[in-house]
Each structure stands twice: as structure tokens, then as C-alpha cells.
Design a protein around this ligand. Structure first.
Ligand SMILES: Cc1ncc(COP(=O)(O)O)c(C=O)c1O
Length: 378
């Protein structure tokens, strides 16, 4: 007979990988509040509050803003499915795992993809993207990853938005690891579609994907000739999240929405500038300390994200053994390289509630102990 497991009792972990990070205590507590139905009038008000809080986090005043009931990948898919039609050309910056995923999904929606590539650890230059646009002036969409979590590289997004201001092409930005962690100004930078997640610098559990869409992107969507997937249809979702009386589209994940509400409230209370500064301070501190130990960072210094630090694994050190020892002996999760072509690396994230020097110190102390046991590092 199958044995019934004992009641759920997961171990404590310090989540300092590429995400998820530890949920902020307020967001976690929110999930224990009384459950409302997804059509309850009080819940309907809460949905509107979440949208308003998201507008603060994205600095997005017009267009459409809401969180999808899905993860960051669905935010990516939602944007590509709405902004591309079969045969359209999309220009995609690829300097890591997630740029590659954009290419894959854009092809699945039937687009012709022009890839502008850079090596792991480097940023995709805006000049190269603009040169690709000159060669493909009919391109409908340009996509970049603002914070490439597979390498720790930040894209110069503000400058790209400015350069595209009077061009016809729409700008889509993957903000999965940037929202709530580094400067991001949806309106001011001229972004047309941004998607993110709940589990990184926002500090909620995984499962939601906040998106922001500009007015000109909405006009493009209205003129589409092909339908979009039902579950991701932004117009139907808007009728649930924002239009009142609300119209049923799906059964919303009520407790996740509570958590997102509280996490976003914390973002607003802290203030974006203070939050960006906190991530910067913790990340730069960690990076200085890592370099002082003779370790080498993967990202080019001028484009190094604060919240995600990719560390090259020194010659002869067993990357996986170190990662496992951190987890098993110290309760600390960090990431490894992502995908078969990634160089050997560890990825340390200081995101959301964990973006603090004392958390960096805990990771560093554990890393020192584990590395001291590595023959090749001693
Ligand atoms: C930059 C980036 N884009 C997209 C994704 C996909 O998000 P999810 O795993 O929530 O689907 C991730 C996940 O880590 C990411 O870091």
C-alpha cells in the first residue's frame, strides 16, 4: 500500500540564487488571510489596488497594466503573441538563456527573427540593434532582456528606448529580474511591452507575471488580424482586473494575489529610489567581497547587475559540489549555469527582501567554508 506522507514540513532555506528569493514576511502572512471568492466585490476592489500598485512599480501611467496568472515565461509569450503576427519581423537581442527563449517563442508565433548576439557576460550593443533595424526597416518589434539572469548583465534600456522614440518599431523588454530591483521607467523610457515575475525583486511567491503595455502597443493589438491565445488575452483580462462590474475570465489565484498586493505595497512604502539603492548597495558589496577573494565575475563591469552576480568557477573546483554543500550544510541556495552552452558559474541573487549586506555576509561566510574544503581552491 502507498504510504501517506507526513504533514508538509519543508526545511528553512536562504534563497540566494537567481530566483525565487525568500518571500517577504508580510507577503507570506497575507496568504493566511481569509479566503475570498474571485468574484467577491471586496476582492474586485483589491484587484484594482494591485493594478494601481503595479503602475507605481513600473512607473507606467497609461496603456494597460495587470498581472497575469502565470510565470515570467507566460508574460514573454503574452507579449510576443499580442505584438507579432505570422510573417512579422522581430529583432531580438541575445546574450544569454532568456534572449534565446524569446527567439524560440517568437518563432513559434510565426515571426521571422533577426538575432543580434553578444557573448555570455557581454551586453548586446544598442548600435548593433539599431543597425539591424536599419537593415530590416519593416521590423515590427524589438526585444531585449533588461536584466539577463543567466549572466548578470544589464541592458542599457533607457538609451535604447530614446533611440527608438521616432521609429515605428515597438520595444519589448524582459523585466523579470529588474522590476523592483533596478531603475526601470516604463513611460519615460518609451517601453511598449514589459513583463516581469512576482518571485524576484518584487518579493512575492512565484506564479504571477505583471505586464505593462503602452497605448501605441494597444493600438497595434487592436489592429491584429489573428486572434491571441484565450488564456493570455489582455483585453479579456482587462475586463476582469479593471473594468467594473468585473467579468469572469478565469478563477484567479486569490492567495497569490494577496501576496502580490502586500509585496507591491512594500515596494510603494519603501519607495522605488530607496529600493533600487538597497539592491545596489547589497549587490556592489557582495561583488567587491567576491573579487577580494580572487574570484572573477562573468559580466562586463559596466553592465553588471547589482541583484544578480555570476561568478566564474575557478579551474579545478567542482561547481556542483560547492552548490550542494551550500544547500545541504548551510541551507543556502545559489544557482549554477543555465543551459548547455553556459560557462561554468555560480549565480548569487540578492533580491527583494534578501537585498541586504547581512544576507551577503551569510552567503560569503558559507562560501568561504565550503571553498576551503575544495582542494583546488585552498
Ligand atoms: C530574465 C528572465 N526572463 C524570463 C524568465 C522566466 O520566468 P519564469 O521562470 O517565472 O517563467 C526568467 C526566470 O528566471 C528570467 O530570469
Amino acid at each position: 500500500m502507498t504510504q501517506i506522507p507526513t504533514p508538509l514540513n519543508p526545511p528553512e532555506r536562504l534563497l540566494c540564487g537567481p530566483g525565487p528569493c525568500n518571500v517577504s514576511p508580510a507577503a507570506l502572512a497575507a496568504m493566511q488571510r481569509p479566503m475570498l471568492g474571485h468574484m467577491d466585490p471586496d476582492f474586485a476592489e483589491l484587484l484594482i489596488e494591485v493594478v494601481s500598485l503595479l503602475r507605481i512599480a513600473y512607473l507606467a501611467s497609461g496603456g494597460l497594466v495587470l498581472p497575469l496568472q502565470a510565470t515570467g515565461t507566460s508574460g514573454m509569450e503574452c507579449g510576443l503573441a499580442h505584438l507579432l503576427e505570422p510573417g512579422d519581423t522581430a529583432i531580438v537581442g541575445v546574450n544569454g538563456f532568456f534572449g534565446r527563449r524569446i527567439v524560440e517563442i517568437a518563432r513559434r508565433v510565426g515571426a521571422e527573427v533577426v538575432e543580434v548576439q553578444a557573448d555570455w557576460g557581454e551586453h548586446v550593443s544598442n548600435d548593433a540593434l539599431l543597425a539591424a533595424l536599419d537593415q530590416h526597416p519593416d521590423a515590427r518589434l524589438m526585444c531585449v532582456v533588461h536584466a539577463e539572469t543567466s549572466t548578470g548583465v544589464q541592458h542599457p534600456l533607457a538609451q535604447l528606448g530614446a533611440a527608438l522614440a521616432d521609429r515605428d518599431v515597438l520595444l519589448m523588454a524582459d523585466c523579470v529580474t529588474s522590476l523592483g530591483g533596478v531603475e526601470l521607467r516604463f513611460d519615460e523610457w518609451g517601453i511598449d511591452f514589459a513583463y516581469s515575475c512576482s518571485q524576484k525583486c518584487v518579493g512575492a511567491p512565484p506564479g504571477m507575471s505583471p505586464v505593462a503595455v503602452s497605448d501605441r502597443a494597444l493600438a497595434r493589438i487592436q489592429a491584429r488580424t489573428h486572434p491571441v491565445p484565450y488564456s493570455l488575452d489582455l483585453s479579456l483580462l482587462h475586463d476582469y482586473w479593471v473594468t467594473r462590474p468585473l467579468v469572469y475570465h478565469h478563477t484567479a489565484p486569490v492567495l497569490h494575489i494577496y501576496a502580490l498586493h502586500e509585496a507591491l505595497r512594500e515596494v510603494a512604502v519603501e519607495g522605488l529610489d530607496a529600493r533600487w539603492m538597497r539592491h545596489m548597495d547589497a549587490g556592489r558589496y557582495l561583488q567587491d567581497q567576491v573579487r577580494e577573494r580572487g574570484l572573477v565575475l562573468l559580466a562586463e563591469p559596466d553592465h553588471q547587475l547589482p541583484q544578480l552576480t555570476a561568478v566564474r568557477v575557478p579551474e579545478g573546483v567542482d561547481a556542483k559540489r560547492v552548490q550542494t554543500a551550500l544547500l545541504r550544510e548551510h541551507g543556502i541556495e545559489i544557482g549554477g549555469g543555465l543551459g548547455p552552452s553556459a560557462p561554468s558559474m555560480w549565480r548569487i541573487g540578492l533580491m527583494g527582501h534578501n537585498a541586504r549586506r547581512d544576507i551577503a555576509d551569510r552567503v560569503l561566510a558559507a562560501l568561504d567554508t565550503v571553498l576551503a574544503a575544495e582542494p583546488a581552491f585552498a
